[in-house]
Design a protein around this ligand. Structure first.
Ligand code: PMP
Length: 417
C-alpha cells in the first residue's frame, strides 16, 4: 500500500521491484493481498532453500515454542544449540572429513564475514584482505570493503579502499589471463606493491555479481597459492552453500579445505536469521568474549537448522534430486537462450543457481517485470543489472519448476512483440 510505504526509508529496494503486499507463502509459492499466486524463484535471495513454511520444520518449531523452549540469543548453552552442534558435526562435517569449530556470529551473513576478516587479521597480524571483482560480501563497512559493486560503495570509497586489494575473478578478463597466476606473482614479487595479506575471501559462484561460476581447478590452484604464501582462505558460502550447488558446501567438488567458511541465508532452513563461521581449530585464536553480540544464537533457528540437516542431508538423496532438477533447468534455459540469441548473451549456472545474461539491463528488467505480472518472482543481478538470476527452492516440485520456466519464456516472447 503506497500510503504505508511512504513512511519507509527511501533505501527500500525489493518492494519497488515487486510492488504488491505479500500475505502468505507455502513451499515454492507466495501470495499477495489479492490472492494472486507467484512462483518464487527468488526464495528470500537464497534464504529459503527448503521452501516457505517447510511443514517439517514448522511442526518442530511449534512444539518447541509450545514447551516454552528458550528463544532469545546470546551464546548461552541451550539444548537447541547443543543439538544443532551435534547434528551439524555428525551429518555435515564428519562425513566430509572437515574439522571446524563453530562460531555463531549474529543474525545476518554480513556478521559472519565481519567475524572472519577480524579473526584473519588477529591470527596473522596483517590487515590487507584480497577480494575479487564482482564479489559480494555484505554492506557493513568491513564487509563492504570487500564488495565490488560501485553502487553500494558510493560516497564511502575513500574509507572503503583501505586494506583491500581487488583482483580479477575467474573470467573477469577475456582471453587466457589466469588471476590465480596473477595472485601468485603479486605475492611473490617484491616489486608488486602488494603486501602479503591476512586472507583472501571469495565465493565459488558469485551470486550477486552475476552467477559467475569458478571451475574447480581454479579453486584448487587458489588453495595451493594461499598455502604457499601462508595466507588464509575464506570461502563465503552464504549464498551458494547449504545445498544450492547440489552439495552442502559449494567447494566440495573442488575437494578444497578452506581455513574459514561463512554460512547464513538458508542455514536455519526456515528463513530465520542465523549465521555461522566455521574456523579451522588451529586458527581459533579468539579470547573468550572477544567478539560478542546479543543475537548470536537464535534458538528457534537452531531448532529448524538441525531439522533441515536431519531431513535433507543425512545421505546423498537430496544431492541427486538437486542435480536432476539442475540438469533440467539448465537444459531448458540453454534452449531458451538458443531461441532468443538476439537478447540473450549467455546462460550459466550450477545446481539450482542459474543465470540468463541479457544484452542490456533494460531488457532484463522488462523480462522480470513482465514475469512478475504473470506470477513469477525472479530478480536481476550483476553490477550492470543485465543478468536474470534463478534461485528456486531446492525442494521445489517439478510442476512449479516447469510452470515458472514457462512464465519466464512467455515474458521474453511478450517483451519482444
Ligand atoms: N555474502 C554473500 C555471498 C551474499 O550473497 C550475501 C547476501 N546476498 C552476503 C554475504 C550478506 O549477507 P546478509 O545480507 O545476510 O548480511
Amino acid at each position: 500500500m503506497e500510503q504505508v510505504r511512504k513512511h519507509e526509508s527511501n533505501v527500500r529496494g525489493y518492494s519497488r521491484s515487486f510492488p504488491v503486499t505479500f500475505t502468505s507463502a507455502n513451499g515454492a509459492v507466495i501470495h499477495d493481498t489479492d490472492h494472486k499466486q507467484y512462483i518464487d524463484f527468488l526464495a528470500g535471495a537464497g534464504a529459503l532453500n527448503y521452501g516457505h513454511n517447510n511443514p517439517f520444520f514448522k511442526m518442530k518449531l511449534m512444539d518447541y515454542i509450545d514447551k516454552n523452549g528458550v528463544t532469545h540469543g546470546l551464546d548461552l548453552s541451550t539444548e537447541a544449540k547443543e543439538h544443532f552442534i551435534q547434528i551439524f558435526n555428525k551429518y555435515i562435517l564428519e562425513p566430509r572429513e572437515l574439522k571446524y569449530k563453530m562460531q555463531f556470529t549474529g543474525p545476518t551473513g554480513t556478521n559472519t564475514v565481519e567475524a572472519a576478516i577480524k579473526l584473519a587479521q588477529i591470527v596473522t597480524g596483517r590487515t590487507n584482505i584480497i577480494t575479487f571483482t564482482n564479489g559480494y560480501h555484505g554492506h557493513s563497512k568491513g564487509a563492504l570493503r570487500l564488495t565490488a559493486n560501485a553502487h553500494y560503495r558510493k560516497g564511502l570509497e575513500n574509507e572503503l579502499n583501505q586494506f583491500t586489494t581487488f583482483i580479477p575473478y575467474f573470467g573477469f578478463l577475456d582471453g587466457d589471463f589466469d588471476s590465480a597466476d596473477y595472485l601468485d606473482k603479486i605475492l611473490s614479487d617484491s616489486g608488486s606493491g602488494t603486501d602479503i595479506p591476512a586472507a583472501i575471501i571469495l565465493e565459488t559462484i558469485q551470486g550477486e555479481g552475476g552467477v559467475n561460476v569458478a571451475p574447480k581447478e581454479w579453486l584448487q590452484k587458489l588453495r595451493k597459492i594461499t598455502e604457499k604464501h601462508d595466507i588464509l582462505m575464506i570461502v563465503d558460502d552464504i549464498q551458494v552453500g547449504c545445498g544450492r550447488t547440489g552439495n552442502f558446501f559449494s567447494f566440495e567438488d573442488a575437494g578444497i579445505y578452506p581455513d574459514m567458511v561463512t554460512l547464513s541465508k538458508s542455514l536455519s532452513g526456515y528463513g530465520l536469521p542465523m549465521s555461522l563461521l566455521l574456523i579451522k581449530p588451529e586458527i581459533d585464536d579468539w579470547k573468550p568474549g572477544q567478539h560478542t553480540g546479543t543475537f548470536r544464537g537464535n534458538n528457534l533457528a537452531f531448532v529448524t537448522a538441525a531439522e533441515a540437516i536431519i531431513k535433507y542431508w543425512k545421505d546423498d538423496e537430496f544431492t541427486q534430486e538437486i542435480k536432476g532438477k539442475s540438469a533440467k533447468l539448465l537444459r531448458i534455459l540453454n534452449q531458451i537462450g538458443e531461441d532468443h540469441k538476439d537478447i540473450i548473451k549467455d546462460v550459466r549456472g550450477k545446481g539450482l543457481i542459474a543465470a540468463v545474461e541479457c544484452t542490456d539491463a533494460e531488457t532484463a528488467s522488462s523480462i522480470t517485470a513482465e514475469a512478475f505480472s504473470n506470477g513469477l518472482i525472479i530478480e536481476t543481478c550483476g553490477s550492470d543489472g543485465n543478468i536474470i538470476k534463478f534461485l528456486p527452492p531446492l525442494n521445489i516440485h517439478e510442476n512449479y519448476l516447469n510452470e515458472g520456466i514457462k512464465i519466464f519464456e512467455k515474458a521474453i516472447e511478450t517483451i519482444k512483440q
